[in-house]
Design a binder for this molecule. Structure first.
Ligand SMILES: Nc1ncnc2c1ncn2[C@@H]1O[C@H](COP(=O)(O)OP(=O)(O)OP(=O)(O)O)[C@@H](O)[C@H]1O
Ligand SMILES: [Mg+2]
Length: 492
């Protein structure tokens, strides 16, 4: 998502927690729509005695798609926690007349699964650290700006979502709609589930390939949580977002004094995965010099922390994922061939959504059910909206589908999602989809039989191969349709 421009805070009073001169939220429809597109639909409870802080946090959280509740005192917060399904609490640690740490402990006692984000002044960062030790998930220091609040809320959302998925992955490997938290019944997905099940019980590296948003991360976690090391750590390493100069110390750890600021030794992520899985996400982004170090670590099954001379044995299973064409990168010399072979013992290709369009209704229904669990509103689709979703190519795959539906749910007031509630990318696609009548106009006069053939074939394509529905909409019997297709020699 694009960062929101730093313009004066529109629409609401500037609260005391807000940094002077920092923008918070624009009132422009476009950026609001973008924010909503990343909507989370989790329940957030804001606990603060200052009305202006509550209101502005609420405005920001609403724009991010949270369903927000407010409380001005601990007692009020406890009542809300007892009566509402709260996922995240944004808690002011300095409520007058109370001990913030006590309030935090009481919240965690009542709702251990709730993620608490502490709001605290710069002067009291120490207490924020204490609060984290007492179970808070994260903290923001006042004064904070919109971007800081957004970042922390995004982080907590990803954490909660992953927690739920991991639980599902642990509890039920085979599910009604797919495999663990993975939804999909297309033959391509069945094949994928079979390989995941096999991979889960081996210790070989697995390379997971697929376009962005296809579910590579979910596949990696499925492999880990359905295998026998499921109770050991699963450590994801995002090679694409780590600062290059820090990747080595993050991966391999460092010894005391290795560099300025290394006041004590620290284990790396590979060592932290001890007995479990290390997931090298976006492995195609790894700088070449680190590729050699990683290769050595995998071959020798030991790592050398930065600044250290002693090798430490490692015992972690390696999974890697990328949306890049690694073979091409090998040809171009940007990815080491030997590392490619080492990671590529078993390869999994996660199919793009456009190659398994029959899963769209299932995935869409899954998202609507998830939204309904937090909002209490069970939504459905108009026929036109569903048709459009089936025709669309989904370049952003399942992630785009999820975002699109969460946004649509946030925008519609009624229970039915119509085409107008879908993002402009889909609506534009709708208007660009070839119109049979228009194509006839440009083609000039054609024999009637030819027009009939084109109409039938176009209808079947438009309905994603559903011949019965095509016959129904064309107003002809299904036997007629099958006979015509046979005449055309069509295999659609
Ligand atoms: N088969 C599936 N069933 C249910 N949800 C899915 C499925 N595949 C993907 N998702 C959801 O789609 C989103 C994107 O998936 P994920 O992060 O695993 O994709 P990715 O391939 O790792 O993307 P990127 O390349 O951008 O990192 C996640 O919210 C994930 O839970
Ligand atoms: Mg990913």
């Amino acid at each position: 998502m694009q960062e929101s421009p730093h313009s004066p805070c529109g629409g609401f009073e500037k609260p005391s927690c807000w940094e002077e001169g920092q923008a918070v939220l624009t009132t422009e429809t476009d950026s609001t729509a973008e924010l909503i597109a990343e909507t989370n639909l989790l329940n957030l409870l804001i606990v603060d005695d200052e009305r202006s802080v509550r209101e502005s946090c609420r405005e920001v959280a609403n724009a991010l798609g949270f369903s927000t509740h407010i409380a001005d005192s601990p007692e009020h917060a406890y009542r809300m926690l007892d009566s509402t399904n709260v996922d995240v609490v944004l808690l002011d640690l300095r409520l007058p007349g109370t001990n913030g740490m006590e309030v935090l402990r009481e919240i965690k006692r009542r709702r251990p699964e709730t993620a608490v984000v502490i709001m605290t002044g710069f002067a009291t960062v120490q207490s924020a650290v204490q609060a984290m030790k007492a179970g808070a998930y994260d903290y923001v220091t006042k004064p904070f700006n919109f971007d800081e609040l957004r970042l922390v809320l995004d982080r907590v959302t990803a954490h909660l979502k992953m927690g739920t998925e991991n639980r599902i992955l642990r509890e039920q490997v085979k599910s009604k709609h797919g495999f663990g938290a993975m939804v999909g019944q297309a033959p391509e997905m069945d094949r994928l589930y079979r390989i995941i099940a096999k991979a889960a019980h081996s210790t070989h590296p697995v390379l997971i390939l697929g376009e962005s948003g296809t579910g590579k991360d979910l596949v990696a976690r499925s492999i880990h949580y359905s295998g026998s090391f499921r109770d050991k750590p699963f450590i994801p390493v995002d090679c694409g977002s780590l600062v290059p100069s820090l990747i080595e110390s993050e991966l391999f750890g460092y010894v005391k004094g290795a560099f300025t600021g290394a006041v004590r030794a620290k284990d790396g992520l590979i060592a932290a995965a001890d007995g479990g899985t290390v997931f090298l996400d976006e492995v195609g982004e790894l700088p070449v010099d680190l590729q050699s170090k990683l290769l050595r670590a995998l071959q020798e099954k030991e790592i050398r922390p930065v600044g250290g001379t002693r090798a430490i044995p490692i015992n972690a299973r390696v999974l890697a994922a990328t949306n890049r064409d690694l073979e091409a990168a090998v040809q171009q010399g940007t990815f080491r061939r030997d590392l490619y072979f080492r990671l590529n013992v078993l390869t999994l290709r996660v199919p793009p959504l456009r190659e398994r369009k029959q899963d769209i209704p299932l995935l869409a229904g899954h998202v609507l059910e998830r939204v309904a669990r937090t909002t209490g509103v069970q939504r459905n689709f108009s026929d036109d909206a569903l048709k459009l979703m089936l025709n669309y190519e989904w370049p952003g795959n399942v992630r785009e589908l999820e975002n699109c539906l969460e946004r649509a749910c946030a925008l519609t007031s009624g229970p039915t999602i119509h085409i107008a509630d879908l993002p402009t990318a889909l609506q534009n696609f709708h208007t660009q989809t070839p119109d049979v009548a228009a194509s006839f106009e440009t083609a000039g006069v054609a024999p009637l039989a030819e027009l009939e053939k084109r109409t039938i074939l176009h209808a079947i394509t438009l309905l994603n191969g559903d011949k019965l529905e095509a016959a129904r909409q064309l107003g002809i019997g299904k036997t007629t349709l099958y006979r015509k297709l046979k005449e055309y020699g069509s295999t659609v």
